[in-house]
Design a binder for this molecule. Structure first.
Ligand code: LMR
Length: 334
């Protein structure tokens, strides 16, 4: 079938996000119809029996592109030679919690993940951190991996927030989601995230020329920042298939050239762009060139409102970093 095989590990494989994600990877939605998938389901030892049920379902789907599927809790096996590590496994937040409240519980998991990736993954591995707080968990894993895995391989998920923002603006403007462009997330996947409407478009018009700015600065901003909590309050559980959709979109965006009139939101290791301290994992507008590699879009103008919002979310990332100093191995400058 496929002309190549991609090896993918999904951690937290028995959780809800993974349950929504795995069949879509198996069906070729992430890596395309030309690529076979060797899918590794990773979870803690007490969940491996349950993962076998998911394996049965994946087998029962008879996915033509699924060349191999396995489950385990030994990272030396599940992470061996992987091209992509989708790090979903972590404790989710409950009602009334902020994602940052999970930091001391989930941080240590990402030390283990980072070490395992450095030790066992393929040499071109690319990592997507989904478990919350995903930016700082990514920072922890990146740091634990050391120099074996370069900065440009590490990413965290803010595409879910971008999708949320674009849906809200499209609905307000009476447009289709596909017409909303360059509306990207800056900073943390948290209640301080900033969906930058000042540089976004609906069709050929700037968002700010289409939609009331007061709404954008107030209700819209709060709705995007609080959407994860709103889903938890309504569903009694955190978002699952929309998060999986975000992961599919995130990986696809990183593998194909970005449309000339658009950008993608990806949290990446800062190189100091826009005065985001080097080493922090922050969401930026990203472009992928024809060679399949990403860059932070430079020269984006941030007005006083936008700049204040970016500074606030970056300050929160610095605070999170300071809370996990003990989990961060040397590399990241304070
Ligand atoms: C989301 O944004 O829905 C997820 O990060 C889950 C959460 O805790 O909000």
């Amino acid at each position: 079938m496929g002309s190549r095989t991609v090896k993918v590990v999904v951690t937290g494989a028995t959780g809800q996000v993974a349950y929504a994600l795995l069949p879509r990877i198996a069906a070729g939605e992430m890596f395309g119809p030309e690529t076979d998938v060797d899918l590794r389901l990773a979870d803690i030892p007490q969940m491996v029996e349950k993962a076998k049920g998911t394996i049965m379902e994946l087998e029962d789907g008879a996915y033509p592109l699924l060349s191999r599927v396995s489950a385990g809790s030994d990272r030396a096996e599940t992470h061996r030679d992987v091209d992509w590590a989708l790090l979903v496994g972590s404790l989710p937040r409950g009602p009334g919690m902020e994602r940052g409240d999970l930091i001391r519980k989930n941080g240590p998991i990402f030390v283990e993940e980072g070490r395992a990736i450095a030790e066992h993954a393929g040499k071109n591995v690319r990592v997507v951190v989904v478990g919350n707080p995903c930016n700082t968990n990514c920072l922890i894993a990146r740091s634990a991996a050391g120099s074996a895995v370069p900065d440009d391989r590490w990413t965290a998920l803010t595409r879910l927030d971008q999708n949320r923002a674009r849906s809200l603006v499209a609905a307000k403007a009476g447009a289709r989601v596909r017409d909303v462009k360059k509306l990207v997330i800056w900073g943390n996947h948290s209640a301080t995230l900033y969906p930058d409407f000042t540089n976004g478009y609906v069709g050929a018009k700037k968002i700010t020329d289409t939609v009331d700015r007061t709404w954008l600065e107030s209700e819209f901003l709060t709705a995007v920042q609080q959407r994860g909590a709103a889903v938890i309050a309504a569903r009694g559980a955190s978002s699952a298939f929309s998060a999986a959709q975000g992961v599919v979109d995130h990986v696809r965006s990183l593998m194909s050239p970005t449309a000339a009139d658009d950008w993608a939101s990806v949290a990446v290791v800062s190189d100091g762009s826009y005065d985001v301290p080097q080493g922090l994992v922050s969401s930026f507008p990203i472009r992928v060139a024809g060679d399949g590699w990403w860059e932070i879009v430079q020269g984006v103008q941030l007005d006083a409102f936008a700049n204040a919002k970016v500074r606030a979310t970056v300050a929160e990332l610095e605070k999170e970093r300071d809370l996990v100093q003990d989990l961060i191995a040397g590399k990241t400058a304070a």
